[in-house]
Ligand binder design. Structure first.
Ligand code: CUA
Length: 444
């Protein structure tokens, strides 16, 4: 909660006491005392509220890699130096305020004490101290800048390279060392899988405006600039699941432009890569043009329309997202070939295939995220929603309620007519959404 709001909350009731009783019973000194008490309460409560910010999935205080750790160390040096200066200055100020306060019986017309123009020793001493403080901060800062700029020379041979590209409002991840015959580099969207314990160099690009790449527990933030190649490097100490976030205002859905980083053991990473390089998984009998699979009784999920900005998480996912990610790699135990086949057909009919790639199937578009293995991701909509059936249904049927201004809505579902108004071209009803969800979730 912002400090201002907190002040207001605590202050208002106390101020009301003052207002209600002020003119009748409370002297102004008591009112000002009440005000002081409310401010003191605010300051005393601050750590409680800060606690919620300091720890959590996007905390920079719980680092899990050497780059973020170096950045945190520099922060602490600055905090300690500033704290010492604060204590010294505030101490002198408090001493002077107390010592030279107005005492009862003080003559207001008394001559002021002798005025001087400073003491050269004190002034030179303060200059030297200031320079000293800056040097104490500058040395670790410069060392950190050099260290975090690029993968250290000694570790370069072991480094893994990926390209990250910012789009309004999602991230594309490319693996230049994983080439697929006839296709080019392996591409994924919004979830960056890396080998744990190995330095990863991330080349940062954007196709539109300025974005910023930030994984609070691993490294950040470096901007993704138009027409400029930036980079950063990071390393996850051990396997894990990390939150990422665009950290530069980039339009109306900036706040919901997120991503995930999943760090895997070397062997698991190799297995993940080799599975990713395959063409899209096909449920038997669901190829376009194949005879329709037999109708099966299928217990579908329940779907309820959500309000705008409704959270897209379950508690279970929040508790252990890494376990959820591993689980998400497996095919769903209940899969209806009939629904999957319908969904695959709809994917073409609804023109999804024009913007999204499903390698080996019909999708060949590149303006939206690659969906070849979207069913194995834990998140959709640029890391915003947990990839559950209900959330994917919500995202497909009302994308603009989830991510205002997104290009699937403006440019996909709606196109700009000749008279300058947006005209709806694509609608997805409940039954169609269920089929599309079944198809997309079969892509593991
Ligand atoms: Cu992209 Cu903010």
């Amino acid at each position: 909660m912002p400090y201002g709001m907190l002040t207001l909350r605590l202050h208002t009731p106390l101020a009301h006491c003052g207002l209600i009783f002020g003119d009748m019973t409370l002297p102004s000194s008591l009112r000002s005392t009440l005000r002081r008490i409310s401010h003191a309460l605010v300051v005393a409560c601050l750590p409680l509220f800060l606690g919620g910010w300091i720890y959590g999935p996007q905390s920079t205080f719980e680092t899990e890699g050497p780059v973020a750790k170096t950045q945190l160390d520099v922060f602490y040096v600055t905090v300690w130096v500033s704290t010492i200066i604060f204590i010294l200055v505030a101490g002198v100020l408090a001493y002077a305020t107390f010592k030279f306060r107005v005492r009862p019986g003080h003559d207001k017309n008394e001559e002021p004490p002798e005025q001087s123009h400073g003491n050269p020793m004190i002034e030179l001493g303060l200059i030297a101290l200031s320079i000293g403080a800056l040097v104490v901060i500058a040395i670790p800062t410069l060392r950190a800048i050099w260290y975090t700029y690029d993968v250290p020379e000694a570790e370069k041979a072991n480094a893994y390279e990926v390209n990250a590209t910012g789009y309004q409002w999602w991230f594309k991840f490319e693996y230049p060392s994983e080439q697929i015959d006839g296709t080019g580099a392996l591409v994924a969207g919004n979830e960056l899988v890396i080998p744990a314990g190995r330095p990863v160099r991330v080349n940062l690009r954007t196709v539109d405006v300025i974005h910023s790449f930030w994984v609070p527990k691993l490294a950040g933030k470096v901007d993704m600039m138009p027409n400029r190649g930036n980079h950063l490097w990071l390393k996850a100490d051990k396997p894990g699941y990390f939150w990422g976030q665009c950290a530069e205002y980039c339009g109306e859905s900036h706040a919901v432009m997120r991503f995930r980083v999943i760090a895997l053991e070397e062997s698991e990473f190799a297995a993940w890569i080799s599975n990713q390089k395959q063409v899209a998984r096909t449920v038997a009998g669901t190829q376009l043009g194949a005879p329709a699979p037999a109708k099966v009784e299928f217990a579908s999920y329940t779907y309820q329309k959500q309000r705008r900005n409704a959270p897209g998480w379950t508690e279970e996912f929040d508790r252990d997202p890494f376990a959820a990610w591993k689980n998400q790699q497996q095919a769903r135990p209940q899969e209806s070939a009939e629904l999957v086949a319908q969904g695959r057909k709809l994917f073409v009919e609804k023109k999804c295939a024009g913007c999204h790639t499903v390698r080996g199937h019909e999708g060949a578009g590149v303006s939206g995220p690659d969906l070849t293995r979207v069913g194995s991701r834990t998140t959709i909509a640029g890391g915003l929603l947990e990839n559950s059936e209900q959330n994917l249904h919500r995202w497909i049927t009302e994308p603009n309620e989830v991510k205002p201004g997104n290009k699937m809505w403006f440019g996909g579902y709606y196109t700009l007519g000749s008279n300058g108004t947006w005209e709806q071209q694509i609608t997805v009803n409940d039954a169609e959404a269920r089929a599309l969800v079944a198809y997309l979730h079969s892509l593991k």
